[in-house]
Design a binder for this molecule. Structure first.
Ligand code: GLN
Length: 554
C-alpha cells in the first residue's frame, strides 16, 4: 500500500463542472513545491478512452502531449506550467487505461481463476497507479485531481479508491472539495445550499472533505463561511474563498494570502520548511494582468470554431498560454483574435481586410481538410505582405505547401492527408505510419513526444534558441517529403532544423532578408512554454510582431 508517510491530497469537484479544479490542483502543487516539498500532480480522467488522443478538441479541449509521448488531458499542461517541470505517464490515468490493464491481466490468467470485479480489482489497480506515480516521481506529496463532479457514475470507483487510501492512512490523506456558490440574479445573495448538498453527497461515499475551496463571483463572507462550517462539518479556517480572477496565474498568490499551503501542511502533519519566494511568479502573474501594457495583436487562423457550448480557446490552450508568456516577457499584452479559416476560404477577396490589421498570424496544429485552403491563403498573405507568421505542425506543413505552389510553381502541391494521389505530395505520410492507417490503428500511433533536432548555423531558429541541439514534442503522421527538399531550398526556403540523421524536416523558415519572421515547426513548441521560461520561438515571433506594430501607422 502507500509508501510510508507519503501524503496524498485528492481534489474533487462539487455542484458543477468547470469551476477550476485544475487550477486549484496546479496552485496547491505550486505552493507546496515552493514550500520545499517535492510534488507530483495526477489527473484522473473518468473517460473510457485509453488516452486523450482520440478525443475531438472541440469536445474535450486540447490534447496535451507529455515528453514521453502520452496524449493527455489539457489539465496536464496546466500542471506542467505551474510546476515548471515535466510530468510522466504515471501522472495520468483514464478509466480506459485502468480497465485495459485489468482485462489484460485477466486474459493472462493472473487473477488465478477468480471473478474479476470492479471492487476490489479495478479499485486496486487505481490505487496501484496512484502509488506508482508517487514512487516514480520521488515526490513527497501527490495531488490527485479526480475528473468530473461528485455524484457522477463514472468517477465513483476513483473516489472509492481514495476513501480506502484514507481509511488505511488517516493521517496521510486529505480531501479538498472545489465547490461553487451561486448568486442568483433575482436574489442578489450568495447561496451555500448547493455546496451543503454536494458535501452530503460526498459523505454518502464515506468521504468527508477536509477543505472546501469555495468558488464564487465575489469573495465568500464570514457569515457564509460559518454556515458552511456548521453544515458541512469543515473547520472555518479550512473554507477558502476563491472568487473569480482575471488570470489563473493569480490563484496561487491568492491562496498563499489565505495561507492555504501552510494549512494543508498542518493538516498533513508535515512541518513548514523554509519557504521559497513566490516573487518571480508574482512578477509574471502581474505582467499577464497588466491591462496598461501595450497591445500586440495576433490572429490565430484555425478551424475548431463550430463548437456549440464548448469554450473555443480550450482547443488551442497551450498556444494561447505560450503567447501570453512571451508577451509578458516583452512587457506587452497579447490580444488574440480567432479567424475561421472556413470563412477565409469562402471569401478569399476579404483576406486583406480580415488579416491585414494584425501584427502577427499563427496557423496552429490541425487535421483534415476543413478550411485548409483558407489557411493556405492566409499563409500566402502573411508571406507576401511580410506579416510575421508562425506555423505550428499543420501550420508548418501548409506553409511549405504554399511555398511549393506559389513560389516553386507546383500548382497542385498538397499533402497526401487530403489528396491521396496528388502529383506533388510535398507533405506525405511517414513510412511507419502507413501500416497503422491501413490497420485502422489510430490511437497512440502518431509520431509522439520528444525528438531531438539540429539547428543550422546562421538561421532564425538557431539565433532564437541560441543552441544547436533542441528537444521538442511532436504529434503528427505526415512530414515534409524529403524528395522535394532540394527544390524547395533552391527556391529560397531554409530547413533550419532537422532530425539528427537529416531525414526529417523539423523547422522551415525564410531568410530574415526576405521576411521579418516566417517560420514553421513540425513539432509543437507551445507544449514546452512555461510561465517563467517562455519559449524562444514564441518570443522571437512576438518580437517581430511588436516591431511590425511600431512600424505601422494606424
Ligand atoms: N495533420 C498533420 C499530421 O498529422 C498535422 C498534425 C498536427 O498539426 N498536430 O501530420
Amino acid at each position: 500500500m502507500a509508501k510510508d508517510g507519503h501524503k496524498y491530497i485528492f481534489v474533487l469537484g462539487g455542484v458543477m463542472s468547470g469551476v477550476g479544479k485544475g487550477v486549484v490542483t496546479s496552485s496547491v502543487g505550486l505552493l507546496l513545491q515552493q514550500k520545499g516539498y517535492p510534488v507530483n500532480l495526477v489527473k484522473v480522467d473518468p473517460y473510457l478512452n485509453v488516452d486523450a488522443g482520440t478525443m475531438n478538441p472541440t469536445e474535450h479541449g486540447e490534447v496535451f502531449v507529455l515528453r514521453s509521448g502520452l496524449e493527455t488531458d489539457q489539465d496536464m499542461g496546466n500542471y506542467e506550467r505551474f510546476l515548471g517541470r515535466d510530468l510522466t505517464n504515471e501522472d495520468y490515468m483514464t478509466s480506459g487505461m485502468v480497465y485495459q490493464s485489468v482485462i489484460a491481466r485477466e486474459r493472462a490468467l493472473e487473477y488465478g481463476g477468480k471473478c474479476v470485479e470492479a471492487i476490489p480489482h479495478v479499485r486496486d489497480e487505481i490505487l496501484h497507479r496512484i502509488e506508482s506515480a508517487a514512487e516514480y516521481n520521488g515526490s513527497r506529496i501527490s495531488v490527485v485531481e479526480i475528473g468530473g463532479t461528485i455524484g457522477d457514475f463514472q468517477n465513483a470507483l476513483f473516489i472509492e479508491a481514495a476513501r480506502v487510501l484514507k481509511m488505511k492512512h488517516p493521517d496521510d490523506v486529505l480531501f479538498v472539495m472545489v465547490s461553487y456558490l451561486p448568486t442568483p440574479g433575482t436574489l442578489g445573495e450568495m447561496k451555500t445550499k448547493p455546496t451543503q448538498m454536494a458535501v452530503r453527497d460526498l459523505n454518502s461515499y464515506g468521504v468527508q472533505p477536509d477543505f472546501i475551496i469555495a468558488r464564487s463571483k465575489e469573495p465568500v463572507d464570514q457569515k457564509r463561511k460559518e454556515k458552511l462550517a456548521i453544515w458541512c462539518n469543515v473547520r472555518k479556517d479550512r473554507i477558502i474563498s476563491a472568487p473569480d480572477i482575471s488570470s489563473i496565474y493569480e490563484a496561487p498568490l491568492n491562496f498563499e494570502k489565505d495561507k492555504l499551503g501552510d494549512a494543508m501542511l498542518n493538516a498533513l502533519h508535515l512541518p513548514e520548511k523554509k519557504r521559497a519566494s513566490l516573487a518571480a511568479w508574482k512578477k509574471f502573474a502581474l505582467a499577464t494582468m497588466n491591462t496598461k501594457a501595450p497591445e500586440v495583436t495576433i490572429a490565430i487562423v484555425g478551424k475548431y470554431f463550430d463548437t456549440g457550448d464548448f469554450v473555443l480557446s480550450d482547443a488551442y490552450l497551450s498556444v494561447i498560454e505560450a503567447i501570453k508568456f512571451s508577451a509578458a516577457k516583452l512587457n506587452h499584452r497579447a490580444k488574440i483574435t480567432w479567424v475561421n479559416s472556413k470563412e477565409l476560404e469562402k471569401n478569399p477577396k476579404k483576406i486583406a481586410q480580415v488579416l491585414g490589421k494584425y501584427h502577427g498570424i499563427i496557423v496552429p496544429g490541425g487535421f483534415g481538410e476543413t478550411g485548409i485552403e483558407g489557411k493556405i491563403k492566409a499563409i500566402q498573405f502573411a508571406r507576401e505582405k511580410k506579416i510575421p507568421y508562425f506555423g505550428l505542425c499543420y501550420g508548418m506543413q501548409l506553409m511549405v505547401i504554399e511555398y511549393a505552389r506559389n513560389v516553386l510553381g507546383l500548382k497542385d502541391a498538397h499533402t497526401t492527408e487530403i489528396k491521396k494521389n496528388v502529383t506533388h505530395p510535398i507533405v506525405d505520410v511517414m513510412l511507419e505510419q502507413k501500416k497503422h492507417l491501413a490497420d485502422n490503428k489510430y490511437g497512440g500511433t502518431m509520431r509522439l513526444g520528444v525528438y531531438p533536432a539540429y539547428l543550422k548555423k546562421g538561421t532564425l531558429a538557431r539565433a532564437a534558441y541560441k543552441k544547436e541541439l533542441v528537444e521538442e514534442r511532436h504529434r503528427h503522421r505526415y512530414e515534409i517529403n524529403s524528395s522535394y527538399v532540394k527544390q524547395l531550398e533552391s527556391a529560397g526556403l531554409i530547413f533550419s532544423g532537422t532530425s539528427p540523421d537529416g531525414v526529417l524536416m523539423e523547422i522551415a523558415e525564410l531568410p530574415r532578408s526576405v521576411h521579418p519572421f516566417m517560420l514553421g515547426t513540425q513539432f509543437h513548441p507551445e507544449l514546452q512554454a512555461r510561465p517563467l521560461t517562455p519559449h524562444p520561438l514564441f518570443t522571437e515571433f512576438l518580437h517581430s510582431a511588436i516591431s511590425r506594430k511600431s512600424k505601422r501607422k494606424y
